[in-house]
Design a protein around this ligand. Structure first.
Ligand code: ADP
Ligand code: MG
Length: 261
């Protein structure tokens, strides 16, 4: 092809615009310089250019999925101090973050007192799942109930459950802070049972399973639910003092003893 460099640049601009691949337009000339300097083959050059575009597309897809998931804050494993939370090792975490549970439609349950890192780790796993290309939705148990009740009251419960089925991971945070009414417990049970062996859940709770009967107001519903959740689940019970209070320092805690001075 007897074209001048300027003509080629124009053609590339036209082609990358119609492909909606602006990163190729930006990178093509620069990578070509590197390719010439390093004597890359044509195939190596093509791979390097396409790689740039694919990496950028994946990153922007992950960004969109992270925003859509509705996490309360952005938390990652890098800012989690595993030395203060000995109930879970970095190796345990890394095995979960590999995403095998997602492929197997398994669940993860994080139990433990307030401030022990349940929401942090659930969010970190959720963000990792977004990076792995999965759709994720986060909400507290109370918010899930609102959402399901709303769908139920407007005759859309089945449609809503089907829609939620398209999310590979649903995070249900804070099971147990507020008790559910009978109707809410039934809705919650439907959410759990429609996902059973189909798609994953991460649940967190400040209460051990033995006390879930109190949350759902019915030991039979609680037992049926726990059965489905733990059948293919990894359960970790986090321990220790609240990280929130630890970072405040005990001096600033309200005193429970009577002060005499
Ligand atoms: P929980 O959900 O168990 O009540 P959170 O995950 O919300 O606790 O943790 C409370 C706060 O402390 C959050 O800001 C969280 O990022 C932080 N935090 C908890 N545990 C750790 C830890 N081991 N390393 C770093 N930050 C932590
Ligand atoms: Mg929490």
């Amino acid at each position: 092809m007897a074209t001048t460099p300027a003509e080629t640049a124009k053609t590339l601009e036209y082609l990358t615009t119609s492909l909606k691949a602006p990163r190729i337009r930006e990178a093509a000339a620069r990578i070509a310089d590197t390719a010439r300097t390093n004597h890359w083959s044509y195939e190596e050059y093509l791979a390097a250019v396409l790689e740039r575009e694919v990496a950028a597309r994946n990153a922007s897809g992950a960004r969109l999925r992270i925003t859509a998931a509705g996490f309360p804050a952005i938390k990652t494993a890098e800012d989690f101090d595993f030395s203060t939370q000995t109930a879970i090792t970095h190796t345990d975490y890394a095995a979960m973050a590999s995403g095998r549970y997602l492929a197997e439609a398994g669940n993860i349950v994080l139990l433990g007192p307030p401030g022990t890192g349940k929401t942090h780790l659930a969010t970190a796993l959720g963000i990792t799942a977004c990076h792995q290309g999965h759709r994720v939705l986060y909400a507290t148990a109370v918010d899930w109930i609102h959402r399901l009740k709303n769908a139920h009251d407007t005759g859309r419960l089945d449609a809503e459950l089907r829609k939620l089925g398209r999310y590979r991971l649903i995070i249900i945070d804070e099971v147990g802070y507020l008790p559910f009414e009978q109707e809410a417990a039934n809705l919650f049970f439907q959410l759990i049972s429609t996902r059973y062996e189909k798609a994953s859940l991460i649940l967190t709770s400040n209460l051990p399973f033995a006390r879930w009967g109190e949350v759902f107001g019915d030991v039979t519903i609680a037992a049926a639910m726990i059965d489905r959740i733990v059948h293919h689940a990894e359960v970790h019970t986090l321990k220790g003092a609240s990280y929130r209070l630890k970072t405040l320092g005990t001096d600033s805690l309200p005193s429970t003893t009577h002060q005499t001075n």
